[in-house]
Design a protein around this ligand. Structure first.
Ligand SMILES: [Zn+2]
Length: 241
């Protein structure tokens, strides 16, 4: 059964890699434009999922949040997402948790996961995830969009820069404009990095911020460095020491 479902993927990740994917638990925080395709692709690859979002589906979500339909408007995204994902892969474990991630519940919501996918839309939540992941040495992937632009990086606490090293004091802008294909693009990149990492391959975005401009179709890799005085990750020491 497993061999059949993943027959086109196993030649790339190997049988052992596929078993690793099947035994991995990933938290996706944010089930919007980025989280929707992320959940679909990771579920398709055989990854067990914890889907976290406290919002309800609204009409203005539908142009990019491809997990949801018109009939889902007003329903909690996490519960619709869980149902939609289960319909597509009944073999994996999936749970939808309809809560906004906060300081008070992050320890509970992210407990026991192998990897966190940051698909949120604000730095308040991102910085919270960053602090939790650094403290508990959980790897996480940052993926974000703005209009036709996206950015992504793979963070391994103690090894790569953390989110605070890269963005020391980022501010949120509120509702930003976006075309549906920008989150599709970055979510595909983040899902690929997750599949590579979880199956035992080397991710490509460690210490690298990939920025994409879908107007000019230019993609650039920017090397990012750890800040030795970073208030969040300096206690982990430098990777060389
Ligand atoms: Zn840092």
């Amino acid at each position: 059964m497993m061999a059949m479902r993943y027959a086109r993927q196993i030649p790339l990740v190997g049988k052992e890699g596929q078993q690793r994917l099947r035994s991995s638990l990933v938290a996706i925080v944010g089930l919007g434009g980025i989280g929707s395709p992320l959940a679909l692709y990771l579920a398709g690859a055989g990854v067990n999922l914890r889907l976290i979002d406290g919002d309800m589906v609204s009409l203005s979500n539908l142009h990019r949040q491809i997990l949801y339909s018109e009939g889902d408007i007003g329903l909690p995204k996490a519960l619709v997402a869980e149902k939609e994902i289960r319909r597509r892969n009944s073999e994996i474990f999936v749970e939808g948790l309809p809560f906004k991630l906060k300081k008070e519940n992050i320890g509970h919501l992210l407990r026991g996961v192998d990897l966190v996918l940051d698909a949120t839309d604000n730095f308040t939540t991102r910085y919270l995830i960053n602090e939790f992941c650094v403290k508990n040495k959980i790897p996480f992937i940052y993926a974000a969009i703005h209009g036709f632009y996206f950015a992504a990086t793979f963070i391994i606490p103690g090894e790569t820069p953390c989110l605070r090293c890269i963005f020391p004091n980022a501010k949120d802008e509120g509702n930003i404009p976006v075309v549906g294909t920008t989150p599709a693009q970055v979510s595909s990149i983040a899902a690929t990095e997750a599949i590579k990492y979880l199956s035992g391959m080397e991710p490509s975005l460690k210490g690298v911020l990939l920025v994409g401009d879908l107007v000019s179709m230019e993609f650039n890799k920017i090397e990012v460095k750890r800040n030795p005085n970073c208030p969040v990750c300096r206690s982990l020491g430098s990777p060389q020491s």
